[in-house]
Design a protein around this ligand. Structure first.
Ligand SMILES: [Zn+2]
Ligand SMILES: [Zn+2]
Length: 180
């Protein structure tokens, strides 16, 4: 996702340039690439190049309930300023703002979107992703993925709420018998 912005740096403030992005990058750092695509708009400001984009990332995730792998398309709204480090005409060094994590355009006027896209995409991943809203999860007793069907564990054992219920039923039965 490297864009040469020399021309845009020479252009007047407010000039824009649109780019199509389509690239596979490793978002989560687990060695698996995710396809990121969409449009970005680069705007020349008085001190930087502002990047705004609406991207979509096709990310491989692990379900927080059944632990199964699944893919999800995430919306990634990018908005970031990139500061030049060298004057586009003279090549003289330009000081960048003293901000941690500030994005820069390299000495050759190449703006690399990869790291910003990776960070924004990472933020778009939900804390506890679910493969589907009604994911049945794993049986707490035998560990079977219940999305693939019932596991054969007795229902009382499979759900503690049910066992409470059956206790109550037995209790009321006992009471009735005593009342006779
Ligand atoms: Zn699941
Ligand atoms: Zn089970």
């Amino acid at each position: 996702m490297k864009i040469n912005v020399a021309q845009l740096l020479r252009a007047s403030i407010g000039s824009v340039k649109d780019y199509e992005v389509k690239k596979a990058i490793d978002i989560t750092g687990d060695g698996v690439d995710s396809l990121v695509q969409g449009k970005v708009r680069l705007t020349r400001t008085n001190r930087s190049i502002l990047v705004k984009g609406a991207l979509e990332a096709d990310v491989g995730l692990t379900c927080g309930r059944c632990l199964g792998p699944f893919r999800r398309s995430l919306k990634v709204n990018l908005e970031e300023e990139y500061y030049p480090t060298a004057d586009v005409d003279t090549g003289a060094a330009i000081a960048v703002p003293d901000e941690p994590g500030c994005f820069t355009i390299d000495q050759n006027h190449i703006l690399d979107l990869t790291e910003a896209v990776r960070q924004y995409a990472l933020l778009a991943i939900p804390m506890k992703p679910l493969c589907k809203e009604n994911c049945a999860g794993l049986c707490p007793f035998c560990g079977q993925n219940l999305n693939r069907g019932p596991c054969g564990c007795p229902p009382e054992a499979a759900d503690p709420r049910w066992s409470e219920l059956s206790k109550l039923k037995e209790l009321s039965k006992l009471k009735k018998e005593k009342g006779k």
